[in-house]
Design a protein around this ligand. Structure first.
Ligand code: ATP
Ligand code: MG
Length: 434
């Protein structure tokens, strides 16, 4: 062991192991996915003292004690791993393994466990005991000393022993979101409103490895500052999973007023959707997105009948991804609870669509009729103006972790980047550890 490794060992006393799931199915491309995963973990952990590497289908994070909360937060949100555990790194001999297993069993007993089993993996075939023998010998003290009973079918605690380049012993794996590492599946533009659906839609695409940017259409004063704040908070939450995101706030009041003046009332919601799609096309082109994402779900509201979805889609100049299309509300609510957006989404601040909603919206619009009404509104210039006046706010997981858990100075890159047309991005500002 060289001096640097010795110093690292003294400093980074804690080890976490993340299990990569689907990545292992990627055959010869696996190293590209792993590379992205490691890169994402390193970026997320920039503000804490931690080191990341992968080896044989596992992600390892070594860190200082003070960095543990930040590392755990990062692993909870890191897409591409199925779960993580804090592990003990022990010497590669059976008596050290046995000691660690016994310690874990005693801790578990203290927390009420009565039974256990050991699962062993021997990746390093030069280790003299096979996995069966490791289980038998490591369990000795726990079983003989009457600490816990063996139960192979429904144990209260499973102790894992992995003999690899180093030897790890652990229990209590935390399951996380699975999926693919963000960055391996292109870029999507999410239309993010303050409701329950769209954050879940964005997260589902992130979970497939997509980088997600956001657009929100705001109609001040018809929609309040609170409604916008809600969307900002939602963007911040999904950015923790998606590495980072830019929220483009597009002022849509003039567009909405024009729709109210010019479109038949029954078509007003659908026309608003079409204007959103037009603005989304402009933004998707500007940011070089591969697709547009919405939180639409078939039959949820009048604008989401199969006919009306067809009309909206006909205005999209990019592939339109609707990951919630076949999900019911309960499934979407479960998703919102899982990712932590539920409590914000249900806050009662109104959305622009609600205020301008017709009492009898068209249910089965035709593409031709909708296009004719759209053309009659002569609204493209207003949509362009709205797009040009957008404001952009950046959210990044590295800053979120930095603000909550920093163990070293970091420069936050989040915050307002650009206000209105042609404003240069502002410099990053200093973050603090409090
Ligand atoms: P959500 O669907 O997010 O719960 P919602 O139910 O208020 O919000 P819907 O009427 O279902 O909105 O709109 C369908 C989709 O259109 C949304 O999921 C979202 O992708 C997009 N959308 C609606 N309103 C807005 C808005 N103000 N800004 C950005 N996107 C919007
Ligand atoms: Mg909805």
């Amino acid at each position: 062991m060289d001096t640097k490794e010795k110093l690292d060992d003294a400093l980074y006393t804690e080890t976490y192991l993340g299990k990569v799931g689907e990545l292992t199915l990627k055959g010869s491309n696996m190293h590209l996915f792993e590379k992205q995963l490691v890169c994402n973990a390193r970026v997320a952990l920039e503000a804490v003292d931690a080191k990341v590497h992968t080896q044989a289908g596992r992600l390892y994070v070594r860190c200082t004690k003070a960095s543990c909360p930040g590392v755990e937060y990062a692993l909870d949100h890191l897409l591409g791993i199925t779960g993580w555990a804090k592990v003990r790194t022990v010497a590669k001999d059976i008596s050290a393994i046995r000691r660690a297993v016994t310690e874990i069993a005693l801790e578990a007993k203290g927390q009420g466990a009565r039974s256990f089993k050991i699962e062993a993996r021997r990746e390093d075939k030069s280790f003299p005991l096979n996995s069966y023998a490791i289980c038998a010998q490591a369990a000795g003290e726990v079983f003989d000393g009457g600490i816990l009973a063996v139960d192979l079918h429904r144990p209260d605690v499973v102790v894992h022993v992995e003999v690899r380049r180093q030897c790890y012993v652990y229990s209590g794996q935390k399951k996380t979101c699975r999926g693919l590492p963000v960055g391996v599946s292109g870029k999507g533009l999410l239309l993010l409103s303050g409701g329950l659906d769209s954050p879940v839609a964005g997260w589902r695409m992130m979970r497939r490895g997509m980088k997600v940017e956001c657009a929100y259409f705001h109609s001040y004063p018809y929609t309040s500052e609170e409604a916008q704040k809600k969307v900002e908070d939602l963007a911040a939450i999904i950015a923790d999973y998606g590495m980072d995101t830019h929220l483009n706030i597009i002022p849509f009041t003039d567009v909405q007023m024009r729709i109210k003046q010019k479109a038949p009332e029954a078509y007003s919601t659908l026309m608003l959707r079409l204007c959103m799609m037009k603005a989304a096309n402009l933004l998707a082109r500007r940011i070089q997105a591969d697709c547009i994402i919405t939180g639409e779900s078939l039959g949820q509201v009048a604008s989401q009948t199969v006919e009306n979805l067809t009309v909206t889609e006909s205005f999209a100049e990019f592939p339109l991804f609707r990951p919630l299309l076949g999900m019911d509300k309960e499934e979407i609510v479960d998703g919102a609870r899982e990712i932590g957006t539920y409590d914000i989404s249900i806050l009662p601040y109104e959305d622009c669509c609600v205020l301008f909603s017709p009492s009898h919206p068209v249910l089965k619009a035709s593409v031709d009729e909708a296009r004719r009404i759209y053309e009659d509104m002569d609204i493209d210039a207003l949509v362009q103006q709205a797009f040009d006046s957008r404001r952009i706010i950046r959210y990044a997981v590295r800053d979120s972790i930095g603000k909550q858990f920093a163990t070293k100075p970091f420069v936050s890159q989040s915050g307002m980047l650009c206000e209105g047309k042609d404003h240069a991005p502002a410099q990053g500002h200093q973050g603090s550890a409090d």
